[in-house]
Ligand binder design. Structure first.
Ligand code: ADP
Ligand code: F6P
Length: 324
């Protein structure tokens, strides 16, 4: 018989992402509606180990849906990767009467969620990362806001790049994944895109492309470079030396993680938060919520972590074709 859940905890872990607050809000309000108490755990697994735990009610999440970041705070916690840290985390949950936990974060956070399930605390994950790099889901909380923020910033760089007839290398986040770079390259009409999953490190091909485009009258040349490749500043110096065209690097950085979430991030995060609260209250454990093929579903964490995700070949081809 499924364990009866009386009190759940909710935490955000890993990099913050716009829309996390909408997910927290939905977890809190749905659990309360289901007759379950909610405690907020501050600063991810680190806050759990430090017992930074607060009572939450429906009003605790008022006026938060439009805010970027996470009202609970987040952290990366090395102690929690150890068996001793995980045991301590589970013991602290029991001490505070927390029999279920919702973890909002990325792949790394899911491994922590898996450990908590193993230690007897029913745990459900929600995909929260701007990187879109979780294989089991077509959507992750924060990606939509991040690509819109990056797109607007790149439009601005394009204006000045065109005016000065420069080449611009713009580096976007994404850890080892190229989704933010791919989406921006299409949406910003970039001349080149460098994705960790695809780049062959043939810089001469980029240089030839810049020279050919200039001959055809293009006044700017935008290269979107993914963080997983990096080295945009040294790349810019080499390209300038080889082409004779002024080349500048812009690293967009943390601005991509902040800001008020888009409607899509608020909406999906709200549905996922409610879904997570529902399956947790019904006794599920070791599951992650996902959006797949147009539906909200859930997977076993083990199964989810074993899935592989690749840059869709056709979308990449279209991106390259449009750049010509
Ligand atoms: P994300 O969740 O965005 O992928 P991280 O990979 O940094 O971000 O993971 C967030 C946190 O999850 C880590 O700081 C750590 O506390 C926890 N975590 C990561 N890997 C593991 C693991 N193998 N076992 C237990 N906890 C982990
Ligand atoms: O996972 C989100 C992300 O912003 C990645 O795109 C980036 O590689 C990483 O987090 C940066 O992490 P930190 O905040 O630890 O510098």
């Amino acid at each position: 018989m499924a364990k009866e859940i009386k009190t759940i905890g909710v935490l955000t872990s890993g990099g913050d992402a716009p829309g996390m607050n909408a997910a927290i809000r939905a977890v809190v309000r749905k659990a309360i509606t289901n007759g379950v108490k909610v405690k907020g755990i501050k600063k991810g697994y680190q806050g759990l180990l430090n017992e930074e735990i607060i009572d939450m009610n429906a009003r605790s999440v008022s006026d938060t849906i439009q805010r970027g970041g996470t009202i609970l705070g987040t952290a990366r916690c090395m102690e929690f990767v150890t068996e001793a840290g995980q045991q301590k985390g589970a013991d602290i949950c029991r001490k505070h009467g927390i029999d279920g936990l919702v973890v909002i974060g990325g792949d790394g956070s899911y491994r922590g969620a898996q450990a908590m399930s193993r230690h007897g605390v029913n745990t459900i994950g929600i995909p929260g990362t701007i990187d879109l790099d979780i294989a089991c889901t077509d959507y992750t909380i924060g990606f939509d806001t991040a690509v819109n923020t990056a797109m607007e910033a790149i439009d601005k760089v394009r204006d000045t790049s065109s005016s000065h007839e420069r080449c611009s290398i713009i580096e976007v986040m994404g850890r080892n994944a190229g989704y933010i770079a791919l989406w921006c390259a299409v949406a910003n009409g970039a001349e080149d895109v460098l994705l960790p999953e695809k780049y062959d490190y043939n810089e001469q091909a980029i240089i030839n492309n810049i020279i050919a485009n200039r001959k055809h009258g293009k006044t700017h040349h935008l290269i979107i470079n993914a963080e997983g490749i990096g080295h945009s500043t040294s790349m810019a110096k080499r390209i300038e030396a080889a082409t004779g065209i002024e080349t500048r690097a812009t690293i967009l950085g943390y601005m991509q993680r902040g800001g008020s979430p888009t409607c899509k991030d608020r909406y999906y995060a709200s549905i996922m938060g409610a879904y997570a609260a529902d399956i947790l209250c019904a006794g599920s454990t070791n599951r992650v919520v996902a959006y797949r093929h147009g539906e909200f579903v859930d997977y076993d964490i083990e199964e989810a972590l074993a899935m592989q995700k690749e840059i869709p070949e056709y979308q990449y081809e279209v991106c390259r074709m449009l750049a010509t």
